[in-house]
Design a binder for this molecule. Structure first.
Ligand SMILES: [Ca+2]
Length: 212
């Protein structure tokens, strides 16, 4: 249970002092949801869920946070799945008036830095377009909310479609529609679909926060 300085009380799931902000591992919860859903949060904190911006912003008012993105690959008959992470020493999310603008910096980790292009980007959902692309609507076109820039710099899409295996079944003129991370993994798919890892979809992803 968290009790913030602005008098909000809510339950969170913690792991070694890290608060789970988002968790996906079986596709049981749809992440292509509305702006209001992302404000309120959805899913069960013990299962797949997104904590919700109302709570995340309350946390941000309380403390300064670092963030850790954990990605687990599927593996195959001979190689087990592997967990790698990207940690950021600076992680801030602006309030509702700022459309939950992300500030992210200070990468260390093993998964590569696929978040650097998203700093200073506002959040978009299928019903609320705040991306940098005047001619399109990235969240709607990609079936996934995110802190979008424009099409040319897609690097990560962790709220994309959940695939039941490593190959993203969602196709179209642009890929990157499943749980995608540009920097990893490079060697687990046939050559034809590993370009920027756009055809890969992770088995599990977690975004966690810890006070500095
Ligand atoms: Ca747009």
């Amino acid at each position: 249970m968290v009790h913030t300085i602005n008098n909000k009380r809510f339950a969170v799931r913690c792991e070694n002092g890290w608060i789970i902000m988002a968790h996906r591992y079986d596709g049981s919860v749809d992440f292509d949801r509305t702006w209001e859903d992302y404000q309120e949060g959805f899913g069960d904190i013990m299962d797949e869920h997104f904590l919700g911006f109302n709570k995340i912003v309350a946390l941000m008012l309380n403390d300064r946070f670092k963030a850790r993105f954990e990605l687990t690959s599927w593996g195959n008959e001979t190689t087990p799945g592997e967990m790698r992470y990207a940690q950021y020493d600076r992680f801030e999310i602006g309030d509702r008036k700022q459309n939950y603008t992300l500030i992210i910096d200070g990468y260390t980790g093993t998964a590569g830095d696929s978040m650097n292009s998203y700093t200073n980007k506002q959040f978009s959902t299928k019903d609320n377009d705040h991306d940098d692309f005047p001619g399109g609507h990235c969240a709607k076109d990609s079936f996934s909310p995110w802190w979008y820039g424009c099409y040319g710099i897609y690097q990560a899409n962790l709220f994309g479609t959940y695939a039941d295996g490593p190959i993203c079944p969602v196709t179209g003129s642009y890929s990157y529609k499943c749980i995608f991370w540009k920097a990893w993994p490079k060697d687990q798919l046939p050559e034809a679909i590993i370009v920027n890892n756009q055809g890969y979809s992770f088995k599990e992803m977690k975004i966690k926060l810890k006070p500095l």
